[in-house]
Design a protein around this ligand. Structure first.
Ligand code: NAI
Length: 411
């Protein structure tokens, strides 16, 4: 789709509140678009947030700020919310949807960071580096080569061949690994990756199995005792996806009785909320096991990318009405038409809305130069480019329809 700029920077003067130390890359982009940006290092509770959102059109948060239905209802001027992270559970998405406010996040900004960590861990597991490092730090010299292998020529099985899985595959092939993958969706295999039809087939042929699936009812405990029993003896398991995907008790047993040769686990069924909190896992002390505190995506580059990705989505929405990437809204984008004014309208998805809108434009003598509509079950989102002299009158009339949720002229 086109990424052309709007005729003017219609974000100018809009007020943005960024909480929780959102990366400076976001500030720069929003300031560049002409927004006024206020930033706080911390999250805010419900009442403080409502207070602080007076006069604010755009809110940027990370994972701690709870944008509840009450917050959204109490802040009618708020146009959109950007989650500068992957998850969006902290926002009442359905309320934001019903109020016509798209919510954006950054699903791909840390893809590469996770993939690189997996590659590092494959080599670490192959050479038992976690155990050796721990021993030498503890003052023990234990120079062993038993069961230590090169990764070249070994088979890597990737479960979930999405953004991260496919990146891992490309990097693993560069190290001379043979790559096989399994996904429930049909995916274009990158490089020489061989697609397998079932998880069982993948488990049976892989020296290393790495998991890159979402948390769903189907993936819950996908790697349980039965699945582990299908893995090759001495194979290694890596999980940097979600903690619900692996049965850790079964994994612990398989590692301690030598059935599996090692594991690298970055995500757990229950994870501490804060740094410094105690943490216990059945895997602690198991041989050749790398345990990390959910840091797969935690790099400086990922943080900067997240700042840029979400701020770009927010600016695109403010300036041209693009909802591409919104998690709770029909995704729509239309190139600006030269010399036009643009009207955006979110409405209840009931029969006859487009007819009413077009009648209004026609009655006011407005020529619709371009128009696009996207809908979901209950909401329609319309972008319309009109002759400049009538856009405000058209927007006012559309805004007065009983089906209207929100209407604005962006330029
Ligand atoms: P993605 O959506 O691009 O890929 C997921 C893939 O899994 C899709 O291709 C999907 O078709 C496939 N899939 C879904 N259900 C499946 C099933 N039952 N069996 C096989 N394949 C299945 O997601 P992305 O960005 O690659 O992320 C993957 C996982 O990594 C997610 O769970 C995400 O939460 C996690 N993640 C972890 C991070 C960390 O810090 N450790 C950072 C970023 C993401």
């Amino acid at each position: 789709m086109s990424r052309s700029s709007p005729p003017s920077r219609s974000a100018a003067g809009l007020k943005v509140l960024l909480l929780e130390n959102v990366h400076t890359s976001a500030h720069e982009l929003l300031l560049d678009a002409g927004c006024r940006v206020d930033a706080l290092p911390n999250a805010l509770g419900e009442d403080a947030l409502i207070e602080r959102l007076r006069g604010v059109q755009v809110l940027g948060i990370r994972s701690k700020t709870q944008v509840t239905a009450r917050v959204l209802a109490a802040c009618p001027g708020l146009m959109t919310v950007g989650c500068f992270c992957i998850g969006t559970n902290q926002v009442s998405l359905s309320t934001a949807h019903d109020l016509g406010r798209p919510v954006f996040n950054a699903p791909f900004s840390n893809t590469r960071s996770v993939a690189e960590m997996i590659i590092a861990e494959i080599v670490m597991l192959a050479r038992q580096l976690g155990d050796r490092v721990r021993e030498v730090h503890g003052g023990t010299w234990n120079k062993v080569s038993k069961a230590c292998v090169e990764v070249r020529g070994k088979t890597l099985g990737i479960v979930g061949y999405g953004h991260i899985g496919s990146q891992v595959g490309i990097l693993a092939e560069a190290m001379g690994m043979r790559v096989v993958s399994y996904d429930i969706a049909t995916k274009l295999p990158m490089g020489n990756t061989q697609t397998l039809g079932t998880l069982e087939e993948l488990l049976a042929v892989s020296d290393f199995v790495t998991l890159h699936v979402p948390a769903t009812p189907v993936t819950e405990r996908m790697i349980n005792g039965e699945a582990i029993a299908r893995m090759r003896k001495g194979a290694m398991l890596l999980n940097a996806s979600r903690g619900s995907v692996v049965d850790l008790d079964a994994l612990s047993r398989a590692l301690r009785d030598g059935r599996l040769g090692g594991a690298a686990i970055d995500v757990f069924p229950e994870e501490p909320e804060e740094n410094g909190e105690g943490f216990a896992s059945v895997l602690q002390g198991a041989p050749n096991v790398i345990l990390t505190p959910h840091i797969g995506g935690s790099t400086l580059e990922a943080q900067a990318n997240i700042g840029r990705e979400v701020a770009t989505s927010l600016v695109r929405y403010i300036e041209v009405g693009s909802t591409v990437g919104a998690v709770n809204f029909p995704n729509l984008e239309m190139s600006p038409t030269a010399g036009s004014h643009r009207v955006l309208n979110a409405h209840r998805n009931v029969p006859g809305v487009l007819r009413d809108v077009n009648r209004i434009a026609s009655d006011l003598g407005a020529n619709i130069r371009a128009q696009m509509l996207a809908t979901d079950a209950s909401l329609g989102y319309l972008i319309m480019d009109l002759d400049q002299d009538v856009s405000t009158a058209v927007a006012d009339a559309i805004g007065a329809l009983s089906t209207n949720i929100s209407t604005r002229v962006v330029y």
